[in-house]
Design a protein around this ligand. Structure first.
Ligand code: FES
Length: 299
């Protein structure tokens, strides 16, 4: 464990017998089960070429749901935690140019992306917004990436005015962004005039949105040949679980992507924080519901 800043600690996880760990690519995360039965998702921020360890980083949250406080106050070197295999819902896609934007703990998926782009000789730059320019996570590793990295803090390059910085669309540039909700929301708003599909966001917290009241609906699970009634007071994921239809769930907040199912019929109401296309056939039943009286899913 390494203290990266006053409120962020990084942790290296190794297999119990030192066995090589499953491979991963920049943008990937793992589920980690700490104290409660609920899992937390953490982006991998180490070196994908190092198959002996995974590195994650954990922020001390003021209103911790348990895991953050446990890591900072009780987890110590040598203890056992349970972790899943890496999944990547934030992959680096091919582009002419890359603009990486991170704030605070949002640097975790962005750091391996920056390293991979530097190794590839790609055209890229990174703006990292931090509160304190004298003390932020992975400082030495970011400094080693050279002048393509700008640290935005009042005592470094100054605060980043996102509205001004992103006002002009840059065709051919893929933007990868991660950070607290107010940062990702501001980036999304500032890029409203950019070409569709140019912004790739990873959120830690659910997007705040206005949803209509819950209505009951029916789900037909085509492969399992089961039909499930989803009452207004239950999530679709819970109703499937009660009916014995296994769909894995992790965050239960529409941010991790682990409960993804493919819709074959009907119209889903996407309430998650991952979907950018309202007509997407992938839905996340931990939070999303149906706009039509029934849905058909490939489960
Ligand atoms: S369980 Fe995380 S998105 Fe549904």
């Amino acid at each position: 464990m390494v203290r990266e800043s006053t409120d962020i600690v990084s942790i290296e996880l190794a297999g119990p017998r030192g066995e090589p760990l499953p491979p991963w690519e920049p943008g990937a995360h793992i589920d980690v089960q700490l104290v409660t039965r609920q899992q937390r998702q953490y982006s991998l921020c180490g070196d994908p070429a190092d198959r002996s360890t995974y590195r994650i980083a954990v922020l001390r949250e003021e209103f911790s749901r348990g895991a953050s406080m446990y890591v900072h106050d009780y987890l110590r070197v040598g203890r056992t935690v349970h972790a899943g295999t890496p999944r990547n819902l934030f992959p680096l896609l091919s582009s002419e140019r890359y603009l990486l934007l991170a704030a605070g703990i949002g640097i975790t998926p962005i750091l391996p992306m920056a390293r991979a782009l530097a190794e590839r000789g790609a055209h890229w730059s990174l703006n990292y917004a931090v509160r304190d320019g004298a003390q932020f996570p992975f400082q030495a590793e970011l400094d080693a990436l050279g002048d393509r990295v700008t640290v935005n803090a009042p005592d470094r390059a100054g605060r980043l005015d996102l509205a001004q910085f992103l006002a002009e669309p840059r065709p051919g540039t893929a933007v990868y962004c991660c950070g607290p909700a107010r940062f990702t929301d501001a980036v999304e708003e500032a890029m409203a005039a950019w070409p569709r599909g140019g912004l790739h966001l990873e959120r830690f917290e659910p997007k705040i949105g206005v949803t209509r009241p819950n209505e009951p609906f029916t789900v037909r699970c085509v492969r399992s040949e089961v039909t499930v009634d989803v009452p207004a007071e239950l999530s679709m994921l819970k109703a499937l679980e009660i009916a014995g239809v296994a769909v894995p769930g992790s965050c239960l907040r529409g941010v991790c992507g682990s409960c993804a199912v493919t819709v074959l019929g009907g119209e889903p109401e996407h309430r998650d924080s991952l979907t950018s296309d309202e007509h997407s056939a992938t839905m996340y039943p931990c939070v999303s519901r149906s706009l039509t009286p029934s849905l058909e899913i490939d489960v």
